[in-house]
Design a protein around this ligand. Sequence first.
Ligand code: GAL
Length: 351
Amino acid sequence: MGMRRFANVRAAALWSSIVVGLLAGNRAVHAQSPAGGPPTIVPGAIWPDDRGKHVQAHGGGIIRFGGTYYWFGEERAHGLDPERRYVSCYSSKDLAHWTFHQDVVKTTNPDPAVLGRDWILERPKVYYNAKTRKFVMYMHLDGSGTAGGQGGYNVARVGVATCDTIDGDYQFLKDFRPLGHESRDIGQFIDDDGTAYLIFEDRPNGFHIARLSDDYLEVEKDICLIRMHMEGGALVHYQGLYYAIGSALSGWSPNPNKYATATSLSGPWSEFKDIAPPATKTYGSQSTMLLKVSGTKTTTVVFMGDIWKPDGQWDSRYLWMPLELGAGKLRLPAPKPFTLDVTTGEAVVGK
Ligand code: GAL
């Protein structure tokens, strides 16, 4: 057992260094197109934006709006004001070349009386509400609380901010515990019929899939509580099945992420299985979203994960890979450079 654990730890460390080490040198080719073809995405590499700076959109999420993809995430660049927390916004037509718009959130503590010291803002996700024409951002807000707690994760709430434009300055609206429950890591899911859900990790109970209200400003109804403790929760609807994935609770350290399936969001859900060989610890990453790219020829689902660097979060990388998916099985293949054609939906993984 001891030896096995040791071997697993070594394998995970090896994977992280292979992914980050081998690919780190590839920064220049990250989004280079082979002659005429779709651009290459290199998992684990520095991902330069239009300014040549590494994309800062950690724990992020992507929505498509007006034919353009928008990526929101935690901005963790060097030199930020330590009193503030930031959410970045980037856009892309091809999911490879990203243009920085601005930090759409750069806020001091929005609710000091509740969040207390050491406050955090993590895993922002943006929804577009067609009825109100507002962009609605959910985020994990936390802090020491006011009961003299230690560290920054005692409060377990979501925050909501809104904006009239996708990349404008989001205005903080409120924070609360969804349906009265603790909520730390959150995830976003928009079903094929447009219904918007918030996934949230409730430490005493498990993994919630909850529907948002008509205006998206409330978490209205628990659709399912999966009695499984998972962070970085994500969902996709693919060929008539829902696939839920998430990570174990090991902070910034990677662990074997798992998946389950169901024909209805309300369950019953299958047992959870590993998405990759467990010794690789999800190839050193943690899930944040499953991105479905439906094209003229096929549909590809991309696993979006974070490779966290707790000692220098600005340098945290992204592990994106097309999933092998279907008939109730989900597999994250070993990370390799790949191309993704957003028009046809086709992904080609390098040798
Ligand atoms: C992870 C979580 C991250 C961050 C981190 C802090 O498990 O997914 O978003 O909260 O813990 O240790």
